[in-house]
Ligand binder design. Structure first.
Ligand code: XMP
Length: 327
């Protein structure tokens, strides 16, 4: 008989048994799966767990704070935050090609994570503590099936799961969500007392805003896109559309400029694309027929409040032929 209570009890007992008095680490991405996996392991082994969060500077507004404050407050987990913004910006300088961006972000992420991991392992040893022997992963049932089956799915984009790691690791894995689907994971997270904003989070790509800037990624462009994205999210939430929309990427066309007029001056700014989609599983999607007044409000606010943006456009392409993300 499936209840969230049973799942939690069963997993807590299994994790305690598996870990004993050793230590575990877990990478947090800000997403639902890693958060729930970490909370579950934290419930089982408490201070024997350390979480690592790599801030690559490609996060949306408030995301890092959400992990640093809300997640820690809800779980009491011990968290190591690595500020790696400059490192990622340096690595991405001059790069516009989407696949190249994805590879760079994936590579840098793994390097930073491994370094943090090595530091935690060394610190545990230094203090005469038990060695770190386990790595927590938020693998879900569909992930297991997909990687096991793997038949005939064309690799369209090199998907990089922040939290995903190389195979030559000397850690044993703890995967407490292996038998669960996404909606079940959300229920478990809720039962564990995680904040609504984390548990009900819409999908967000590991490479973050880095693949939502068409053109080179710079700090100025990231700041601009972060503002526009925050406005769109705020208005979608205010309109009560979060559950109807699968996700709504907000994209900056950094290499495009168009003429506008504001006050009594001519402007020459960038367009922002809104990409609201409806979907069951992200394999296919349709563009969401959103209320015009909500679109109007988002457009007015973005053009008024975000410097250098003088046009907002709506993406009305289904998937296929378009993908959900622009890169
Ligand atoms: P596309 O753009 O391929 O996206 O239609 C399908 C879904 O996957 C998300 N996405 C990613 N998620 N790492 C992730 O964890 C990635 O590199 C990545 N790329 C795309 C996208 O947001 C959508 O939900």
């Amino acid at each position: 008989n499936w209840t969230t209570g049973n799942v939690i009890e069963e997993q807590v007992a299994a994790i305690r048994e598996q870990v004993g008095d050793k230590r575990a680490i877990c990478g947090l991405s800000g997403g639902v799966d890693s958060a729930v996996a970490a909370a579950l392991v934290q419930k089982a082994i408490g201070s024997q767990l350390t979480c690592v969060y790599v801030d690559h500077g490609l996060m949306r507004k408030g995301e890092t704070e959400q992990v640093e404050k809300d997640f820690v407050a809800a779980t009491g987990v011990s968290l190591k935050v690595v500020d790696a913004e400059q490192r990622f910006l340096d690595a991405l300088a001059g790069v516009s090609d989407p696949e190249e961006k994805r590879k760079i972000i994936g590579r840098e992420f793994i390097r930073v994570f491994e370094q943090a991991q090595a530091e935690i392992v060394a610190e545990a040893g230094e203090h005469g503590g038990q060695p770190v022997q386990f790595l927590v992963q938020g693998t879900l049932y569909p992930d297991v099936v997909e990687s096991g089956g793997g038949t005939g799915t064309a690799n369209i984009k090199s998907h990089h799961n922040v939290g995903g790691l190389p195979e030559d690791l000397e850690f044993e894995l703890i995967e407490p969500l292996r038998k669960l689907f996404k909606d079940e994971v959300r229920m478990v997270g809720q039962e564990l007392g995680l904040p609504e904003e984390i548990v009900q989070r819409q999908p967000f790509p590991g490479p973050g805003l880095g693949i939502r800037i068409v053109g080179e990624v710079t700090r100025e462009r990231l700041d601009l896109l972060r503002e526009a994205d925050a406005i769109a999210r705020e208005e979608l939430t205010a309109a009560g559309l979060d559950r109807d929309i699968w996700q709504c990427p907000v994209v900056l066309l950094a290499d495009v400029r168009s003429v506008g007029v504001q006050g009594d001056g001519r402007t020459y700014g960038h367009p922002i694309v809104l990409r609201p989609v409806s979907s069951e599983d992200a394999m296919t999607a349709d563009w969401t027929r959103m209320p015009y007044d909500v679109l109007a409000k988002i457009s007015t606010r973005i053009t008024n409040e975000v410097a250098d943006v003088n046009r907002v456009v709506l993406d009305v392409t289904s998937k296929p032929p378009g993908t959900i993300e622009w890169e």
